[in-house]
Design a protein around this ligand. Structure first.
Ligand code: CMC
Length: 427
């Protein structure tokens, strides 16, 4: 028997079922609210609104828990590889060896893009931000793969997914190579998924590509940590665009644009630029702490705070440790890492940050590793998108398989009441 929550308004009582998730989270089901009361709810930024039921990712912001399909992020980052995690997120279970090999094989079969795509890339100025380029190229892929996915066919769904997992890394690599003026190339299908991505990004035309396991492992871990994060801004965008039955690639392209903003995935670029600015300004972290707390100053401590995590971001913990290890293993001494650590220490002891439960998030240390791996700052958010790809796909697939209704929020109108039109001569 389900519990009810009662809303009382002007002497009338309305009952709404309270439903429980598998982790005992409670939600008031208000599907009938408008038809019963003619009222809507008002919740800017959806801080209290569950937009869907989902079985993909669980996070508990108070306890700092993040799990994909029930597996802890700590264990996945330690023991799994990115392709296994992608399969897990999308299809719900970890693949056995046979399933994983078949999945990789099917991706390899699709790992080219139409050569005409190079002309589209060519038309962008070199100065274009890679996120804009990536979003446009992902959209352009639709023109070369125009069939809409028949979501009632498991096979059609599977091949659409495999196709984008194969082609997206090529677009990512080309986006960076274009910026660096390097020739556009394809991967090496004898390599693992992540190693192949690294080679596609970094292979120089005049040099043999040499594998560096430390670099590949670090990249693998970063991609896993970014792979899904339930109903964040870009994922909600993917779901809402897809809910109009726009295709998978169109939904992903919209998700990339949503990710670009500095309050979301764009924060990793913003963090590094902030740390660099602090270093160039003499390393005075106190000055920037004061700016972050000043309500008349728009400056925010980038890489700090999170809509959901109010204790710590488990991904940040893993990344901080990885940053230390990767820089140590690669023999890199980066003064920016020291500034980041100093800033974190000060913020964690500062009443403003303590009161508002502001902790380092996933983006605070990730840029330092990307930098150590030789990835240009403007590409950081592209790397986030690459990691988030399986999550977006999984969420799109779940939304379509559950046949969710088109996303269409209501509003509270606060504009002018009805008024007569006045012709331009009389205004
Ligand atoms: N620096 C200084 N003050 C901050 C910060 C910050 N980074 N973040 C939040 N605050 C303050 C904010 O001014 C507000 O103060 P007050 O209550 O006095 O008005 C309070 O903390 C609550 O902030 P909010 O903006 O209402 O919180 P939110 O849940 O709407 O925003 C956030 C979350 C992540 C957008 C925000 O913390 C932020 O802008 N952080 C910096 C950007 C960033 O690092 N983004 C990456 C997020 S993690 C990666 C991802 O998944 O996208």
């Amino acid at each position: 028997m389900s519990d009810n929550a009662t809303l009382e308004y002007k002497g009338e009582k309305y009952d709404f079922p309270v439903i429980k998730g598998t982790e005992d989270e409670l939600a008031i089901d208000i599907k009938t609210l408008r038809s019963l009361t003619t009222m809507t709810t008002l919740d800017p930024g959806y801080k209290n609104t569950g937009s869907c039921e989902s079985a993909i990712t669980f996070l508990d912001g108070e306890k700092g828990i993040l799990r994909y399909r029930g597996y802890s992020i700590e264990e996945l980052a330690e023991k799994a590889d990115f392709l296994e995690v992608a399969y897990l997120l999308i299809f719900g279970e970890l693949p056995n060896k046979e399933q994983l090999d078949a999945f990789h094989h099917d991706i390899i079969e699709e790992s080219t893009v139409d050569e005409e795509m190079k002309k589209i890339l060519d038309a962008f100025p070199k100065s274009a931000h890679p996120m804009g380029v990536l979003s446009s190229l992902t959209s352009a892929l639709i023109a070369f793969n125009p069939t809409t996915v028949d979501v009632s066919s498991e096979k059609a769904m599977y091949y659409a997914i495999v196709r984008i997992l194969a082609k997206f890394p090529i677009l990512v690599a080309w986006t960076m190579r274009k910026k660096k003026g390097l020739p556009l190339d394809y991967g090496d299908d004898s390599l693992g998924y992540v190693e192949n991505i690294h080679k596609m990004m970094f292979k120089r035309p005049n040099k043999e590509y040499k594998k560096n396991q430390i670099v590949i492992d670090a990249l693998d871990k970063l991609l896993i940590l970014h792979a899904d994060h339930e109903q964040n801004c870009s994922t909600s965008t993917v779901r809402i665009v897809g809910s109009s039955h726009a295709g998978l690639f169109a939904s992903l392209s919209a998700g990339i644009s949503a990710l670009w903003g500095p309050l979301h995935g764009g924060a990793n670029q913003a963090v590094l630029e902030m740390l660099q600015a602090i270093e160039e300004d003499g390393g005075d972290t106190k000055k920037y702490m004061a700016k972050a707390k000043d309500k008349n100053d728009p400056f925010r401590l980038m890489g700090f705070g999170h809509r959901v995590y109010k204790n710590f971001d488990p991904r940040a913990k893993i990344i901080k440790k990885a940053a230390d290890e990767v820089l140590g293993d690669l023999g890199i001494e980066d003064p920016i890492l020291e500034i980041a650590k100093g800033l974190e220490k000060e913020a964690l002891e500062d009443q403003y940050f303590v009161d508002r439960k502001l902790y380092p998030n996933v983006d605070f240390y990730s840029g330092i590793i990307y930098r150590a791996l030789g990835i240009p700052t403007e590409m950081f958010t592209v790397m986030f998108a690459l990691g988030r790809l399986p999550g977006w796909i999984a969420q799109w697939r779940e939304m379509r398989l559950r046949n969710e209704p088109i996303g269409r929020p209501r509003q509270l109108y606060i504009g002018e009441n009805s008024r007569p039109f006045v012709t331009v001569a009389k205004r």
